[in-house]
Ligand binder design. Structure first.
Ligand code: A2P
Length: 301
């Protein structure tokens, strides 16, 4: 079974969750079926976002499962267009999910946009510091237990933390075999902040699942390369949130192993080889769709 991870505020989170981004907004029925299947298979941690457009389906699947609310951990995220109206943004998610309380509420990006979706330039109000101060007020409502952030670089943390009363419990970032985030993990650890990994199977760059060295380690251990990729993250103390709509793969993704030191090191060092690191061009192209207006230097990547 998968161990819990303990946050800096004492709350526990199941060490692997189900990522609920379906590759498109909405997809309510597919989301509902995925969450119901995952609950049957033993998943107790679900990661969604207002921006995924499927909070209602996630909440309904949880309620209709009949599993006690206290046994399930649910994360959702503040969308960029509601940085200037955090309480309202939170209430929309809270109503959509309809599950008594939210375990973890994340700032989805440090970037704000206006109500028409146009990006707010770096440094202009609402800044991510102002947004975080408004998020801190949510703890007093009793509707949310923990607060965190997503897509924050070390540079962004250095600007936020001097102003934070509440330290984020986690930073959810893309993290996988070809993008291991070792420096960010070390920095976050020094501040008491865990790392949650999205894209752990390479949703944005999946070539490592067929990397010959990963295949070799998988064959040796008689598991799949996905199981190697997730087990390595768990062994690092990172909380992966892989997505799968397929029962067999859902099961694989929570059937983990402990890698030998040799196998761990093989996977941990793979990104140093030529062509095995996720290129920043790719990051720029992908991310700049949603955060257009900030340079890579301003983002700190
Ligand atoms: P599917 O939903 O059909 O299983 P990530 O978690 O990095 O965002 O990646 C999600 C993608 O990886 C989805 O396309 C998902 O497809 C696929 N996937 C999930 N689990 C596995 C697995 N065990 N082996 C191979 N591909 C997987």
């Amino acid at each position: 079974s998968i161990p819990n991870v303990t946050f800096n505020n004492g709350y526990n989170v199941p060490g692997v969750g189900l990522g609920c981004w379906m590759g498109q907004q909405g997809a309510a029925e597919e989301t509902y079926a995925m969450v119901r299947t995952a609950l049957q298979l033993g998943y107790r941690h679900f990661d969604t976002a207002f921006g995924y457009g499927n909070e209602e389906a996630v909440g309904r699947a949880i309620r209709e499962s009949g599993i006690p609310r206290s046994e399930i951990f649910v994360t959702t995220k503040l969308t960029n267009s509601h940085h200037a109206s955090v309480a309202q943004g939170f209430d929309m998610s809270f109503k959509n999910l309809n599950i008594e309380y939210i375990d973890l509420y994340l700032m989805h990006w440090p970037n704000a946009s206006d109500d028409k979706g146009s990006p707010i330039p770096y440094g202009k109000s609402p800044t991510f510091v102002e947004t975080w101060k408004d998020m801190e007020k949510l703890l007093g409502t009793g509707k949310v237990r923990s607060l965190g952030v997503s897509n924050f670089s070390i540079k962004i943390f250095e600007e936020l933390l001097p102003h934070a009363t509440v330290i984020p419990v986690t930073n959810q970032v893309e993290c996988n075999v070809y993008y291991p985030q070792h420096k960010l993990q070390e920095y976050c650890k020094s501040k008491g902040i865990t790392i949650t990994a999205y894209g752990p199977l390479g949703q944005y760059q999946n070539t490592f699942l067929t990397d010959p060295e990963v295949v070799k380690v998988a064959e040796k251990n008689k598991v799949t390369t996905a199981q190697i990729a997730i087990s390595w993250l768990v062994q690092r103390g990172i909380i992966p949130v892989p997505k799968s709509s397929n029962a067999e793969r859902l099961k694989q993704n929570i059937t983990l192993l402990t890698l030998s030191k040799e196998d761990f090191d093989t996977i941990d060092n793979l990104h140093k080889q030529p062509g095995k690191h996720r290129s920043l061009d790719r990051f720029t192209n992908r991310v700049h769709g949603s955060i257009a207006g900030w340079t890579m230097e301003q983002m700190g990547w």
